[in-house]
Design a binder for this molecule. Structure first.
Ligand SMILES: Nc1ncnc2c1ncn2[C@@H]1O[C@H](COP(=O)(O)OP(=O)(O)O)[C@@H](O)[C@H]1O
Ligand SMILES: [Mg+2]
Length: 292
């Protein structure tokens, strides 16, 4: 992994992984947290409790998250919607520990993330989390297949198993024919499907996606959402997606609405997709005045 390619990675400096600490010793200290996050029949995949985050600009403190609590279960596809500036990206950045927060608890499959050392966090980010961003974050100098393998390259080795997984993902997301192309040679939808495949290469516990369809036309958006659905269906992936797009959100099992720094409401997808989209649009209307 060169310094150049490293600097181009999302959360670059934090994703460095050299000598990993042994997480075992941490697990013992974590016992109280495990008890807290346990639910009937197992652990929440993602558990966020009373999360508070504010930004200070000059002498003014601006509270963005005012006690956000939520959870995501294994195999769920959950969206977070909310008006622009409601703190959706801030929430994702807190979950990935890219930014500090004042108080609250965040656990991933029972493991508390905030107390981890940088080295342990780098390991969590590379092996247990997968990231998909609005602007794809692919490396221009690598082919589609090499981009998908990037987390393995960072890990230090690309095993036969890794290669097999990459080939499986290329096929699963219909991008096998463009495997040797470079990002400049493919469409936005193909770039984002490549990014989704990359996020899955290490079989992460949780995929975090920040407006993954934000830069795409509706057909490409649909292809990306289909790849998330496929990941859930074939790989039992758990996906937590921020979006302002009610169409994209209508494919989710649940949609969490953020407003004024807290969870305003959670809607469950119980009927058909169009019905659920209608419900989401009504909700947006109800929050009138806010452009979601
Ligand atoms: N680094 C920062 N410093 C100061 N304020 C910030 C910073 N990042 C975000 N904010 C502010 O926090 C609020 C929430 O931002 P963000 O989480 O990006 O919202 P969303 O993703 O929902 O549009 C916005 O008012 C934004 O201006
Ligand atoms: Mg945002």
């Amino acid at each position: 992994m060169t310094a150049v390619s490293r600097s181009l990675l999302p959360g670059s400096t934090l994703m460095l992984n050299t000598d990993f600490v042994n997480l075992k010793s941490y697990e013992n200290k974590n016992a109280d947290v495990l008890a807290l996050t346990e639910k009937k029949g197992g652990m929440h995949m993602l558990y966020v409790s009373e999360l508070h985050k504010s930004y200070r600009t000059g002498s003014r403190t601006y509270e963005v998250l005012k006690g956000v609590s939520l959870n995501v279960e294994k195999g769920e596809f959950v969206a977070v919607m909310g008006p622009s500036g409601s703190g959706k990206s801030t929430l994702l950045n807190c979950i990935s520990c890219f930014i500090p927060y004042e108080s609250g608890l965040i656990t991933l499959s029972g493991e508390k993330l905030s107390g981890l050392s940088e080295e342990a966090l780098a390991k969590v980010r590379n092996e247990k989390l997968g990231f998909v961003f609005q602007d794809f974050m692919l490396l221009d100098g690598l082919t589609v297949r090499e981009n998908i393998l990037l987390p393995r390259i960072i890990h230090g080795e690309v095993t036969a198993d890794g290669e097999k997984n990459a080939d499986r993902l290329l096929k699963l997301f219909g991008i096998d024919a463009i495997r040797d192309k470079y990002p400049a040679e493919i469409s936005g939808g193909e770039k984002q499907r490549t990014a989704v495949a990359r996020a899955l290469i290490n079989n992460p516990l949780l995929i975090l996606a920040d407006e993954p369809t934000g830069n795409l036309d509706s057909r490409s958006s649909r292809a990306v959402i289909d790849s998330f659905m496929e990941a859930r269906h074939s790989l039992d992936a758990t996906i937590f997606m921020v979006t302002y797009d009610s169409f994209a959100a209508s494919f989710c099992d649940r949609v969490i609405i953020l407003k004024d720094g807290t969870v305003f409401r959670t809607l469950e997808n119980k009927g058909s997709r169009p019905e659920f989209q209608g419900q989401l649009l009504n909700m947006i209307k109800e929050m009138s005045g806010d452009d979601i």
